[in-house]
Design a protein around this ligand. Structure first.
Ligand SMILES: [Zn+2]
Length: 500
């Protein structure tokens, strides 16, 4: 049995999650469900990043204390994930006591080893990013430095701080990036490596004076300081795997860690995170899976760009979680930004879910009931369909194992298109005993349904029940001659959507 530990970024709960958050989270969820189907010991972690100045200010603005504010937001995130059928095993919050304990222990350990030292910091700072910007990184508007992401003026901040001695790890991080294949797609590893080769890996500030930022974990080496929010947040991946609290579990899970992230947080999840782990004598995660952005009306989707597509909208337009999940995974692209339009999403939903999968399920169900009273006994499958099923499974597994979910879905859709063509060609409604045709079709439908189940769990379950089977393992997707189907209904799984 394999093991699979997968994480999403912990989200900043200063606003409701939107389509961009769903893009990342549904992908991680689909991967987790796929590994459960393989029988792997699977652990899926998501959560919220609840500390820092930005939240402290958001809470003030809402007239709340920070803890009540993040309590409310964490509940909201959980409600959205429930609506999208996100099957996380733990929802971690950086205010959880076991996480704060991990942050303190990790910081103490690094301090003890000489990787944390006191210094002074001065620079241009964006409160929204909670990040200092150096010259060349910020943009200049009317002679003033502005945040390139938020297009707001930066604040000049000068203060005593503590540094993490990241420069120590430059050779190590370059080695991991260039030799170990831990970043997918590889282009992102090359991008970070060339930035390090150009600029070097510099020490980073990991603490802020408590008088400036009070909302966070107190630095264990100096009570007047708060641990910087990024340092705190990254460590959640260790907390989720029971770092230090359950060494056996940690030994089991950590070597299979997969972090799913957007490319905007690539630097932190490679250069910074690999260095921090090394400072703790820990291996880097097995894989950092990076995806590019969703582009709507020419801009990266985000609150500040004002082009957010809400999760409510997706659920309503695509008739519930399965439709929304499917279109997100069908356009999922790690390497390139995806510019989507409503027409494009509608047409994916209509042509693939409604006309191809839904239509096949409906036709086979109706025919099985009409011609065979719902009882379809096994026998030899049509060899052409049997081969197509086997080929589709092989392609599907290969793509899923390589995180290429869009391609995996294409393989299943091709199989389903073939099955629709097979009905048209063999015309089982004209046959006196179409057992062989319908059995071959039910085997195809069953196999495709198992493969689609990580992405559309509800519809898959509904179809499986309708034809009298269960979705238990990927193993069951293989065609066999000796099954018996009891078709109870011919469900309409996906209603088509009209224009407008
Ligand atoms: Zn900013």
């Amino acid at each position: 049995m394999g093991r699979f530990y997968i994480t999403t970024p912990i989200y900043y709960p200063n606003a409701d999650p939107h389509m961009g958050h769903a893009y990342t989270t549904v992908f991680a969820d689909s991967m987790a469900r796929y590994h459960r189907l393989l029988g792997d010991e699977t652990f899926f972690l998501t959560g919220t990043d609840e500390h820092g100045l930005k939240l402290q200010r958001a809470a003030e603005k809402a007239g709340m204390d920070p803890k009540s504010f993040v309590d409310r937001m964490a509940e909201k995130f959980k409600r959205y994930w429930a609506m999208l059928d996100i099957s996380y095993d733990r929802f971690i919050r950086t205010t959880d006591p076991d996480h704060e304990e991990v942050v303190k222990r990790a910081a103490t350990e690094m301090y003890r080893r000489g990787y944390i030292y006191k210094g002074r910091y001065a620079g241009w700072y964006c409160v929204s990013c909670e990040k200092f910007y150096s010259e060349g990184e910020y943009v200049v508007v009317e002679g003033r430095p502005y945040c390139p992401i938020h297009m707001k003026p930066l604040e000049w901040v000068e203060e005593d701080t503590y540094y993490f001695r990241m420069s120590e790890f430059q050779d190590y991080v370059l080695h991991v990036l260039e030799e170990e294949g831990r970043v997918y797609p590889e282009q992102y590893a090359r991008e970070v490596a060339s930035k390090i080769r150009r600029e070097g890996l510099r020490d980073v500030s990991i603490a802020r004076p408590r008088e400036r930022v009070s909302w966070g974990v107190v630095a264990p080496f100096d009570q007047d300081y708060t641990i910087y929010v990024w340092f705190d947040a990254l460590l959640n991946y260790l907390t989720g795997a029971s770092y230090q609290s359950d060494p056996d579990r940690f030994q089991r899970l950590w070597p299979s860690a997969h972090h799913v992230i957007g490319k905007d947080i690539l630097w932190f999840h490679t250069a910074v995170w690999f260095s921090m782990l090394r400072a703790l004598d820990l291996d880097p995660p097995k894989k950092v899976i990076v995806h590019a952005f969703l582009i709507n009306r020419g801009l990266k989707m985000g609150k500040s760009a004002g082009n957010v597509v809400t999760i409510e909208y997706l659920l309503q337009r695509y008739h519930g979680s399965d439709g929304a999940r499917y279109i997100l995974m069908r356009i999922f692209n790690p390497a390139k930004d995806v510019e989507f339009t409503q027409d494009m999403l509608d047409s994916i939903y209509n042509s693939e879910l409604a006309d191809t999968y839904g239509n096949l399920a409906r036709r086979v169900g109706v025919l099985a009931q009409k011609k065979l009273q719902g009882h379809v006994h096994g026998g030899r499958l049509d060899p052409s369909l049997e081969q197509s099923i086997e080929r589709a499974i092989n392609q599907y597994i290969k793509h899923m194992d390589e995180y290429r979910i869009q391609e995996a879905l294409h393989s299943v859709m091709n199989l389903l298109r073939e099955a629709n063509a097979y009905i048209n060609k063999t015309r089982p409604w004209e046959k006196e005993d179409p057992t062989r045709e319908l059995y071959s079709l039910l085997e195809t439908l069953r196999s495709a349904t198992i493969m689609l189940s990580p992405v559309i769990p509800r519809a898959a379950h509904r179809l499986a029940t309708a034809i009298g089977t269960k979705i238990e393992s990927l193993e069951d997707a293989q065609p066999r001659p000796d099954r018996v189907y009891t078709v109870r209904e011919a469900p309409i799984l996906f209603r088509k959507i009209g224009r407008g």
